[in-house]
Design a protein. Structure first.
Ligand code: CTP
Length: 406
């Protein structure tokens, strides 16, 4: 893809991965993009302004209080004179300052002053990357609309192994190309189908009474909307919920767990299944056909039968098993341990663990604090709105399918 006429402002932070920027600039220039660089003080410890300037064929900006530069081009203009700002390497410190809205050097001031899209390519030691502070900052940046590419897993300069290696120049380049090729960038799930369950189920006692739970359907609805936003053809099978119908989604309304399972089966095949519904585990065995009347004496004794497990059924299908099955684990104790056990028991690929203890306000509330359990790894996500959780999950799903396609 040609990037002719595109202007990239590359902010080079202070990390060993800064050397990869030289190759990135070369590739961007080959594709016709104009590249202008800001080099942070720490970045200058790793690459020289001279090499950046030679490759970009432009002046390199370093100092907020450089009067000559300000006279030529003020930092506000510098921040707006580009089509995209790329921060590579985005160090833990730079990410923290971006998330906090600080403006204490030219890079952070420019990032705060810009009205253009920003992409970060994080690079740092694995512990720093996994630290809750960095993850909190990342969550904030993503919520602010910042685009992210990488980091990758691998050996690090510090002799450790894990996530934190900056994405390769090729990957950053293709993320930039995707960004400009709007369709591909914003709709990475085009051509895929998704099935999402949401809300509670109502299990009839008689024609007027039922057993239910406190699920609002907020999280499941938001996930369906987020998947559809990324281009997936999405069916949302929802129990009774007062959430507004998400746009761009085919909504199938159901009452009971058994209805929900039937609707899910009917929606197959699907590439992605996300089971976010709080399905009632039991139904009343032999619900009464007529309203149960008060009789003098003992209240009616209800006996229960176990409901089908939709997540387990989807995960264990021989034919038509969705390529990626994601479940939720609503727990009130031993969150991660229980979630891991649940993932094994149900046979799903990923599980989103959330603490639904009453003091968290998760059930029915607007926010959620979740942990994504994928295989052996657990990602701790900071507390964020259910919409943000949905966006981040949809993006992770898109990333998974992009990796699988390579
Ligand atoms: N689930 C389902 N069908 C059921 C019960 C649960 O599809 N009959 C799904 C939920 O949508 C969720 C996951 O299973 O994705 C876990 O739900 P949860 O209520 O946490 O677990 P349970 O299976 O009910 O296990 P337990 O109550 O013993 O923790």
């Amino acid at each position: 893809m040609s990037l002719a006429g595109k202007r990239i402002l590359l902010i080079v932070g202070g990390g060993i991965a800064a050397y990869k920027c030289l190759e990135l600039i070369r590739r961007l220039r080959e594709r016709g993009a104009a590249v202008r660089c800001i080099l942070t003080k720490a970045g200058a410890e790793f690459v020289t302004p001279l090499s950046l300037s030679a490759l970009s064929e432009d002046k390199v900006y370093q100092d907020l209080f450089d009067l000559t530069a300000e006279a030529e081009m003020g930092h506000i203009q510098l921040s707006r004179d580009a089509d995209l700002l790329v921060v590579a390497p985005a160090t833990a410190d730079l990410m923290a300052r971006m998330a906090g809205g600080q403006a204490n050097d030219l890079a952070s001031t420019t990032l705060l002053a810009t009205d253009k899209p920003v992409m970060i390519a994080p690079a740092m030691n694995v512990r720093m990357w996994e630290h809750p502070a960095t993850q909190r900052n990342l969550g904030q940046l993503l919520a602010d609309g910042v685009l992210q590419v990488g980091p990758n897993e691998g050996n690090m300069a510090c002799n450790e192994f894990g996530f934190g290696r900056m994405a390769e120049p090729d990957e950053i380049l293709s993320a930039i190309e995707k960004h400009f090729d709007g369709h591909a960038a914003t709709r990475p799930l085009d051509g895929l189908t998704a099935l999402v369950t949401s809300g509670p189920t109502h299990e009839a006692i008689d024609p007027v009474r039922y057993i239910a739970n406190r699920s609002s359907g907020k999280q499941g609805h938001a996930i369906a909307a987020a998947l559809a936003d990324l281009g997936a053809e999405t069916v949302l099978v929802s129990g009774p919920s007062s959430e507004p119908d998400p746009t761009g989604v085919r909504l199938v309304r159901v009452e009971s767990a058994r209805d929900m399972l039937a609707a899910c089966r009917a929606a197959l095949p699907a590439d992605i299944a996300v089971c976010a519904a709080a399905v009632a585990d039991w139904r009343v065995d032999g619900a009464a056909g007529q309203k149960i009347k008060k009789r003098n004496g003992a209240p009616p004794a209800l006996s229960f039968a176990e409901n089908p497990d939709i997540l387990k059924t989807m995960s264990r299908l021989r034919k038509d098993r969705p390529k990626l099955v994601v479940g939720f684990a609503a727990e009130t104790e031993d969150l991660i341990e229980n979630a891991r056990a649940k993932r094994d028991r149900k046979g799903c690929d990923w599980i989103v663990a959330n603490d639904v203890s009453p003091d968290t306000g998760t059930f029915g509330g607007d926010n959620n604090r979740v942990h994504l359990v994928t295989g052996d790894t657990v990602e701790d996500w900071p507390k964020m709105s259910k919409n943000e959780v949905a966006d981040r999950l949809a993006n992770r799903i898109a990333g998974h399918f992009a990796d699988a396609a390579e």
